[in-house]
Design a protein around this ligand. Structure first.
Ligand code: BGC
Length: 365
C-alpha cells in the first residue's frame, strides 16, 4: 500500500481539469471567430444587394456614386454586354453589289389568274408597312421611290404588286411604293400626279431616285433594274403593245427613272397636260433641252407586258398636246415642281403600298 499525501494523490485529476479548460476555451474562441466571419460575410451580401437595387430603381450614374475601384468592377461585369450592343448598333452593312446575285433573268408574265392581295402579303414577309423594303444583308446602292399615277385600276394594281414586289426585292433596292390616286372625277392628269408622288415621297424618306411607272406595265426580265443611272432612264423600251420595239426614238412613256438631281434640273414634270398623251414627250423635251440624254436597257432586258384595257373614262386624248409639246422650252421653267399645288385628301398605309389620295384641281385652275 502506497502512503501518498492528498495533494499528490489529486495530480491526475487536476491535469484532466486543466486540459478540459483549455479545450473549452479553444472551442469558444473557434466558435466566436467562425461567428464573426459569418456575420461579416452576411453584411457584405446585404450591402451589395442594396447597392444593386438602389441603382436599378433610381438609374443612378455609376461613375458619380462608386469609388473608382468599384466602378471598374461594375464596368468589367457589364463590359461584354455593352461591347456587343455597341457593335450591333454601329456595324455597318457592306454595300450591295453592283449586280444583285438574286436576279433570275427572263420572267413569265401573264394576267389570266386573279390576284389575291392577302396571298401577295404572305409571299412578301420582308415588306415593312407602306410598301417599304430595305435589304437586310447589304446596304442598298439607291433609295428608290416608285410612283404610280392611279385611278380606278384596282385589278391592274393587284397584278403590279404581285409581280413587282419580288422583282424589286431581288434587285436589292431600298424602295417604297407610292400610289398617287387622283380624287374625284375630273380629267386625269398623269404628270401632275407624278409630281405629287415625288413631293410626298420626299416628305417620308430621303429618296435619291424616282421611278415613274404606269400601273399596267410589268417588266419581263428582272435585270431591267428599277433604279437611276447617269442619264434619265427609259425602262419600258420593248412593250408587247408596240411589237416589242420603240414606237419612235423619242418615246419616254410607260416606265422611266430620274435621280433627284435630274428631276430638279428639268423642274420636274408639266402640270397642265389634262387627258391622255403628250406629257411624256414634254418630259423628253425637258431632258434634252437641259443637255441630258436618255439611257435605256437593251430590247431583250427591256421587254415588258401591258395589261390590255379599254380607254379610261375622263382620260380622252388631249387635243392641246401637240401645241404644248411644241412649247416645252418656253413653259418648262415656270411650269413644274416649282409651281405645283395640290391638296392631300388622305394618306393610307397599306402593307403593300402607300396610297396618297389627292385633289389636283381641274383644267384651267
Ligand atoms: C403620245 C404619248 C404616248 C405615245 C405612245 C404619243 O403620240 O403623245 O403620250 O406615250 O404616243 O402611245
Amino acid at each position: 500500500m502506497t502512503n501518498s499525501s492528498p495533494a499528490t494523490r489529486n495530480i491526475p485529476g487536476r491535469f484532466l481539469q486543466k486540459t478540459c479548460t483549455v479545450v473549452v476555451v479553444f472551442c469558444g474562441l473557434h466558435l466566436s471567430v467562425t461567428m464573426l466571419y459569418y456575420f461579416n460575410t452576411f453584411e457584405i451580401i446585404k450591402n451589395s444587394v442594396f447597392a444593386a437595387n438602389s441603382q436599378q430603381a433610381k438609374n443612378i450614374n455609376v461613375s458619380t456614386v462608386y469609388p473608382t475601384t468599384m466602378l471598374q468592377t461594375v464596368k468589367e461585369s457589364t463590359a461584354p454586354f455593352k461591347r456587343e450592343s455597341v457593335e450591333t448598333k454601329t456595324k455597318e452593312l457592306e454595300q450591295c453589289p453592283e449586280t444583285s446575285p438574286l436576279l433570275v433573268g427572263p420572267l413569265r408574265i401573264e394576267f389570266s389568274e386573279p390576284v389575291d392581295l392577302e396571298e401577295v402579303k404572305k409571299q412578301n414577309p420582308a415588306l415593312q408597312g407602306g410598301g417599304r423594303f430595305t435589304p437586310k444583308d447589304c446596304k442598298a446602292l439607291q433609295k428608290v421611290a416608285v410612283i404610280i399615277p392611279f385611278r380606278q385600276r384596282e385589278e391592274h394594281l393587284k397584278y403590279w404588286l404581285y409581280y413587282l414586289h419580288p422583282i424589286l426585292q431581288r434587285q436589292q433596292l431600298d424602295y417604297g411604293v407610292y400610289v398617287v390616286h387622283q380624287n374625284g372625277d375630273e380629267t386625269f392628269n398623269r404628270a401632275k400626279l407624278l409630281n405629287v408622288g415625288y413631293a410626298e415621297a420626299l416628305k417620308e424618306y430621303d429618296y435619291d431616285c424616282f421611278v415613274f411607272s404606269d400601273v399596267d406595265l410589268i417588266p419581263m426580265d428582272d435585270r431591267n433594274i428599277y433604279k437611276c443611272f447617269g442619264q434619265p432612264r427609259h425602262l419600258s423600251v420593248s412593250m408587247d403593245k408596240f411589237g416589242f420595239s420603240l414606237p419612235y426614238t423619242q418615246f419616254f412613256g410607260g416606265v422611266s427613272s430620274l435621280s433627284k438631281e435630274q428631276y430638279v434640273k428639268i423642274n420636274g414634270f408639266p402640270n397642265n397636260y389634262w387627258g391622255w398623251g403628250g406629257e411624256d414627250d414634254d418630259i423628253y423635251n425637258r431632258i434634252v433641252s437641259k443637255g441630258m440624254g436618255i439611257s435605256r436597257p437593251d430590247g431583250i432586258i427591256g421587254k415588258c407586258r401591258m395589261i390590255r384595257h379599254n380607254r379610261d373614262v375622263k382620260n380622252e386624248p388631249n387635243p392641246q398636246r401637240f401645241d404644248r409639246i411644241a412649247r416645252t422650252r418656253e413653259t418648262m421653267n415656270s411650269d413644274g415642281i416649282n409651281s405645283l399645288s395640290y391638296k392631300v385628301v388622305e394618306i393610307k398605309k397599306n402593307t403593300l403600298f402607300t396610297e396618297i389620295i389627292v385633289d389636283i384641281g381641274s383644267p384651267g385652275r
